[in-house]
Design a protein around this ligand. Structure first.
Ligand SMILES: CC(C)(COP(=O)(O)OP(=O)(O)OC[C@H]1O[C@@H](n2cnc3c(N)ncnc32)[C@H](O)[C@@H]1OP(=O)(O)O)[C@@H](O)C(=O)NCCC(=O)NCCS
Length: 175
């Protein structure tokens, strides 16, 4: 397994796998910003329209985990922020291909996210999550729950259901 930041020049070549992983995660009901039905075209559009611009501009890091050259996981770190928030970054879209779960990829992606955040001088990390697996992962890494927002996002499957999200944070200086 190799975990590395995706270079802007490699972005387009990774879009198909990134879209497939995103679609797989949404299809299983993960609350990651999308609702079903969710097509591969919509997944590709997310990567190209929402992620590529800040990635190219250098305000967002995109990590990819590869096994034998195939992208099997990803995570993002948003470094954009106001002048008073330059110690802060937002973690998002930690996604692991369902075929490769529970083999340490999520933990390894987060370790690299934290290493790169610290290298960039960002010692306060925040994220929000609605999934039990993800929350367990983040708690195991020392993330604290700041609070819960009810009715935060529409459920991926049910149109009239809104799910809560947990806001979490970690001060990297405290280890
Ligand atoms: C959350 C996610 C990224 C975890 O990826 P993963 O590669 O399977 O995680 P790891 O193998 O590194 O697991 C690390 C730890 O997280 C916890 N964990 C992971 N999946 C879990 C699950 N299904 N149930 C309970 N705990 C889980 C465990 O503590 C695990 O340690 P252990 O295997 O030694 O018990 C993955 O389940 C995923 O992609 N989910 C869908 C997308 C999503 O919700 N992402 C989070 C957005 S905020």
């Amino acid at each position: 397994m190799i975990i590395a930041p995706l270079a802007p020049s490699d972005f387009e070549g990774a879009v198909e796998r990134l879209a497939a992983i995103l679609q797989a995660c949404v299809s299983e009901g993960s609350s990651i910003g999308f609702i079903l039905p969710f097509s591969l075209d919509e997944a590709r559009a997310y990567w190209r329209d929402k992620v590529a611009p800040p990635h190219t501009a250098g305000s967002r890091l995109v990590l990819v985990a590869t096994i034998d050259g195939e992208v099997v996981g990803t995570a993002q770190l948003d470094l954009d922020g106001m002048p008073s928030k330059r110690h802060h970054a937002e973690v998002s879209k930690v996604l692991v291909d369902p075929r490769h779960r529970r083999s340490g990829l999520g933990r390894a992606l987060m370790a690299e996210i934290e290493r790169l955040a610290a290298e960039a001088g960002r010692w306060l990390l925040t994220l929000d999550t609605a999934g039990d697996a993800a929350e367990t992962l983040y708690r195991s890494l020392g993330y604290e729950v700041a609070g819960t927002i009810p009715l935060y996002a529409r459920d991926a499957f049910e149109a009239d259901r809104y799910d809560a999200t947990r806001l979490m944070y970690k001060d990297l200086r405290s280890g």
